[in-house]
Design a protein around this ligand. Structure first.
Ligand SMILES: [Zn+2]
Length: 425
């Protein structure tokens, strides 16, 4: 926290909290306090909803190594514009975050350029090669709480078993990108069940995801390890996680903003903005993901924010890189999919966007609510405003925005982290 932030005080008046009470919130020295200090800045929040700041445990910030796609500065600018007060940065940078030194170097980069808090995720294997485990114990000892080779699946069941054993021993979480690389190899780019055949694209079969999840939840049961399933995208995957939770396995699951809102029909446009991994699925799969969020089989939203520079998207569909920007439209998507249709309420939004990710990622100072004494992390939300999304309005360096041209909720008014205004509309 900067000296300036320690001095600045705020009073936020008239906002509605998640359960519908009109509240006044006071902020001083970076935390919520009971009384407005003299000279505090007044923020009028009539008609707005106040929620705890959001936490993303699945962000690709691209720096170091791919700064033309995104930097920590531009990625976290997108994050605060989406209501996020903290993000966990995936390890598939160049160099890969696969050692204590790389973790420290990421933290140093983030201290100088980030708009919100950034927590490095450690890779599961050295250089994401799937051959040799990263020094998980050492990285855990220096505060890393999530480990993932995301972008790639850790296929080797013996290494996965060992990683889950280490997760139990060191109280960390293994986040798996579930994709059997034999069934769905690198060129698989369209949902096999709904669209690949029609478009003549290499198919990505549903079983390549849920078969890995089924294996991993059993390895988690065998080892007592802590498993997190990234970007679950099919009805069968939701069923497997539901089954595993009923058995008492320590597994959490995430849905992305795009897999709960967008369907594979969009691929008919030919636009590579709709290319993502795992691919967009059918309306039936989207409904299964929504139902999973409603019944808490799926715990949280992870954005899988994956910006790319234009040259990697301006290619024929099979050659274009998979990935979508997601931080700025995450709440828009959750509202459009589930909140506005009345299937979840603001307390569910709080759990899905803040409490559950902060808890699973053991993200310090986040997801703690709006009570006196807690760090002043909050987002003010307009519950009814809409806007046609324009990719060029984005704070992200990525223009691969799949919501471009869609009429969606436009909720974020203000984001405050540790008592500092990080974003204001
Ligand atoms: Zn992934």
């Amino acid at each position: 926290m900067t000296e300036q932030a320690e001095q600045k005080a705020f009073s936020i008046r008239g906002a509605m909290d998640a359960v519908g009470n009109i509240v006044d919130l006071h902020v001083a020295r970076g935390v919520f306090v009971a009384e407005a200090p003299e000279g505090s800045e007044l923020i009028e929040a009539d008609g707005l909803v106040v929620l705890p700041g959001f936490v993303d445990i699945h962000t690709h910030l691209r720096e170091p190594g791919f700064e033309a796609s995104e930097t920590i500065a531009s990625g976290t600018a997108a994050a605060v514009a989406g209501g996020y007060t903290a993000v966990c940065a995936m390890a598939n940078t160049d160099p890969v975050t696969d050692s204590v030194e790389r973790v420290e170097s990421m933290r140093k980069l983030a201290r100088t350029s980030a708009h919100n808090e950034v927590f490095p995720i450690g890779s599961l294997t050295i250089d994401l090669a799937g051959q040799q485990l990263s020094p998980i114990a050492e990285m855990a000892a220096c505060g890393v709480r999530l480990f993932s080779d995301d972008g790639r699946c850790l296929m080797d069941p013996v290494l996965m078993r060992r990683a889950l054993e280490l997760s139990a021993a060191h109280n960390v979480v293994i986040a798996q990108h579930s994709q059997d690389h034999r069934l769905a190899p690198a060129d698989a780019c369209a949902d096999e069940r709904s669209i690949a055949g029609e478009l003549g694209l290499p198919g990505w079969p549903w079983a390549a995801e849920s078969s890995i999840i089924a294996r991993d939840v059993q390895l988690a049961e065998l080892t007592g390890g802590h498993l997190h399933v990234c970007h679950l995208s099919t009805a069968e995957s939701v069923e497997v996680v539901r089954w595993a939770k009923a058995r008492g396995v320590d597994v959490t699951a995430e849905a992305t903003p795009h897999h709960m809102l967008l369907t594979s029909d969009l691929l008919r446009s030919g636009s590579t903005d709709y290319k993502v991994n795992p691919p967009l699925r059918s309306a039936e799969d989207v409904e299964a993901v929504r139902a999973g969020l409603v019944d808490r089989t799926i715990d949280l939203v992870g954005t899988d924010h994956a910006p790319h520079e234009a040259q990697f998207k301006d290619l024929p569909f099979p050659q274009a890189k998979p990935g979508m920007t997601a931080l700025e439209q995450a709440l828009s998507s959750l509202m459009e999919s589930l909140l506005l249709p009345g299937r979840i309420d603001w307390t569910d939004v709080t759990r899905i966007m803040s409490t559950a990710p902060a808890h699973r990622g053991q993200v310090p100072g986040q997801g703690l609510g709006l009570g006196v004494g807690s760090p002043a992390n909050l987002v003010l939300v307009h519950p009814a405003r809409r806007r046609v999304v324009n990719r060029d309005d984005s704070a992200s360096a990525g223009r691969n925005n799949p919501y471009h041209g869609m009429d969606l909720p436009d909720p974020i008014e203000l984001t405050m982290g540790a008592g500092r205004i990080l974003y204001r509309r």
